[in-house]
Design a binder for this molecule. Structure first.
Ligand code: AMP
Ligand code: MG
Length: 539
């Protein structure tokens, strides 16, 4: 049974159960003793639906027909509140680039309310870019078309890749202009504004806890944690009733759960070459969802030092290879934040150690599956994997294409491998053919021979290995330049490439013979173009 927009019903547990800011006027301020401030989205002049996700709509039991109505556009741009909505922005702090930044909060996010769908799943609806809130600090609360399209497409692409993420229901142009100085170099430009409607069971971040610990507001900290466990981690409550555990033990179990989910998420990023770009603790979801798509990017040529974020270009704190460690650093901040409720350093330290062991185990299994092995065999596979990454970084090698091509090679025996075969299968994965020196070719030949030997131990039939690898190594990802091409067109009023990419990325692991053009490595014109190779935080 489908809902219509006006028959959507809300069950707003966050605002019902947590302390609110008493002030309801919308001006920028420090908000103490409250988890959120009530605020209404701003109205906009001429909203126009750019795209919706039919899969995300089903989470609200909405049909495609409902998404095409004018009411949908009016509601999800923020022009109309439905009865039962209770809109608010949440208060959080965070560590940005390793430094405590104080109160941040939903500066341009407004939650509309929560829906419990026909499968009894709870989904919070949140508009991003719908105007200023008490947490907007010195910014405008708005979002531009380019960053909204990037968030919309990537959220849904990640979902179809099977990676934990917040979802995107819609992206709607506001018909109003927004001023942005994209490279912070004194050249502001007017850009088109847009609003994304995001969905998640909860948008709570590490920073939502950090702010109360920082302010020594332990009572509110406890309220938020008890609410979070009850609402988003009900399995822990059931367990504790059964085992009659103290709340302190449940808090530790909760933290262990967050550690595990965070590790799972980052392993998945490493699998597909996703680089978040701003892993500040306010951008870390307690559910282990990828959240806040800003200057993210996708690894093209394998380079663990690559960061898409221009603000991060010097320090490379958030580069691809650092992500596992940075996630743990953020977990340490969360551990510090909840410490006053636990006062047991050892348990928190053990949970953090669990992050490392859990990450390692998951990462090894993930790599084994990418390579088509039945299981990870430490004796052989540790060296095999580290030498592979070394070889991939010797010359510019497209990571995504490499793994797809590797699946194609039928390694009948190790004398099957020679340099002609390598060039036949892999030539398209290299960005700079002149880098393919004899010495390089010898190294990859050598590696492939070791790999062939390893495969022969498993003795998996070629077809079966190919299928297994293709189900773990995507063919289609939201390459940085593809997103930019879709944005270029959208800025001219043509949304067709957004729709095409949304459709393509529904089946990232399948061969789509009529869409080969989207599986090509980045063209050379995009190597240094803004939006394709480097992104600013300005959005
Ligand atoms: P980010 O690192 O992009 O996730 O954002 C960090 C903080 O800045 C968050 O509190 C955001 O809500 C806030 N912020 C970012 N852009 C804007 C904007 N245009 N208006 C208001 N607040 C913003
Ligand atoms: Mg953020």
């Amino acid at each position: 049974m489908y809902n219509t927009i006006s028959s959507l019903t809300f069950d707003n547990s966050f605002t019902r159960e947590l302390p609110a800011d008493n002030e309801t006027a919308n001006y920028r301020r420090q908000v103490a003793g409250a988890c959120y401030s009530r605020v209404k989205p701003a109205s906009v002049a001429a909203p126009k639906l750019i795209a919706y996700s039919k899969e995300a709509a089903t989470l609200l039991d909405l049909s495609e027909a409902a998404c095409k109505t004018d009411e949908f556009t009016q509601v999800f741009v923020g022009n109309k509140l439905l009865s039962g909505m209770d809109s608010y922005s949440s208060c959080y702090g965070g560590h940005q680039f390793g430094t405590w930044a104080g109160q941040l909060g939903d500066g341009r996010a407004i939650n509309l309310g929560e829906i419990v769908n026909s499968k009894s799943e709870r989904w919070t609806l949140q508009l991003k870019g719908a105007g200023p809130t008490p947490y907007s600090r010195n910014a405008d609360g708005l979002a531009v078309l380019r960053s909204s399209v990037r968030e919309f497409l990537c959220s849904e692409a990640m979902f179809h890749l099977g990676i934990p993420t917040t979802r995107a229901l819609s992206v709607i142009a506001t018909g109003e202009m927004v001023e942005r100085d994209m490279f912070y170099d004194g050249h502001p430009k007017e850009e088109q504004g847009a609003v994304v409607c995001r969905l998640a069971p909860s948008f709570t971040r590490f920073g939502n806890f950090e702010i109360f610990a920082f302010r020594n507001d332990i009572a509110t900290l406890k309220k938020l944690l008890d609410y979070t466990i009850k609402t988003d981690f009900p399995h822990l409550v059931e367990e504790s009733l059964y085992l009659n555990q103290s709340s302190c033990k449940i808090y530790i179990k909760w933290f262990e759960d967050v550690c595990r989910r965070t590790a799972d998420m980052v392993v998945e990023w490493m699998r597909v070459g996703f680089v978040h770009g701003v892993m500040n603790s306010d951008n870390m979801s307690i559910l282990g969802l990828t959240i806040d798509y800003g200057p993210y990017g996708w690894i093209e040529n394998y380079d663990p030092n690559w960061t898409p974020n221009t603000t991060d270009a010097k320090g490379r704190r958030y580069c691809f290879g650092n992500q596992p460690e940075i996630a743990q650093w953020n977990l340490v901040q969360l551990a510090n934040a909840i410490y006053p409720l636990i006062e047991d350093v050892d348990s928190l330290k053990n949970a953090l150690a669990l992050y490392s062991t859990h990450f390692k185990e998951k990462w090894q299994n993930m790599m084994a599956s990418k390579l088509g092995f039945r299981t990870f065999e430490p004796q052989t596979d540790k060296t095999l994997i580290s030498s592979l990454f070394n070889i991939l970084s010797l010359v510019e090698t497209d990571m995504t294409l490499f793994f797809r091509k590797l699946a194609l090679v039928d390694f009948k025996s190790d004398d099957f491998i020679n340099q002609d075969i390598i060039l036949k299968y892999f030539i398209d994965v290299y960005y700079i053919p002149s880098q393919l020196t004899n010495s390089y070719l010898e190294q990859i030949e050598n590696w492939l021979k070791h790999y062939a030997k390893r495969l022969s131990k498993d003795n998996t039939p070629h077809q079966a290995r190919c299928l297994q690898m293709d189900s773990r190594n995507p063919k289609y990802i939201l390459r940085n330049y593809l997103a930019q091409l879709a944005i270029d067109k959208a800025e001219q009023g043509d949304f067709s490439l957004i729709h095409k990419l949304l459709d393509l990325l529904r089946n990232p692991y399948s061969e789509q013979p009529d869409k080969e053009e989207f599986a090509q490595k980045r063209p050379d014109w995009a190597r240094n173009r803004a939006g394709c190779s480097m992104l600013s935080c300005s959005s």
